[in-house]
Design a protein around this ligand. Structure first.
Ligand code: ZN
Length: 149
């Protein structure tokens, strides 16, 4: 990765963490899961509004480090409007991206590339994946809370 691209990515992460997209509590949300990352102290609540099988809305509240908030912001942008099964596939792609070295082919994960460099810092990977694993639990509707530990 060139230094230039790294700068672009760093700026994108900062933009998302300073002015997160969809940081709100939607009145119509019908799924709500809180995710914790005790290692860092990140705590995020993810709200999904499922309309049939479609993610009509995605939002989050909470507090965490810049990486966890930027990732949550990108997650909401990526999931809004997707069928639930595609949203789950995207969550799996993000998982693969942080556990392996592959870059996701899916164009919808372009923004997440900005966070891919945390793979070099294993203790921060859970900061980046927290919002996504919390969204996965919300999509599956099988938990009210998730923890990375
Ligand atoms: Zn964190």
């Amino acid at each position: 990765m060139t230094g230039n691209l790294k700068d672009i990515y760093r700026r994108r992460v900062l933009d998302h963490s300073r002015e997160p997209h969809n940081q709100r509590r939607p009145a119509a949300a019908n799924r709500e899961v809180t995710g914790f990352n005790p290692l860092c102290g990140d705590k995020l609540t993810v709200y999904l509004t499922l309309d049939g099988e479609t993610v009509a809305d995605a939002a989050f509240e909470g507090s965490g480090c810049a990486i966890s908030v930027a990732s949550a912001s990108m997650m909401t942008d990526a999931l809004i409007g997707l069928p639930a099964d595609e949203a789950l596939r995207l969550v799996a792609d993000v998982d693969a991206m942080f556990s392996g070295t592959d870059s996701p082919a899916d164009k919808r994960l372009d923004e997440m590339q900005a966070l891919a460099s945390v793979r070099d810092y294993p203790s921060r990977i859970k900061c980046a994946t927290l919002a996504w694993s919390t969204a996965e639990a919300a999509l599956r509707g099988d938990a009210a809370q998730v923890s990375t530990e």
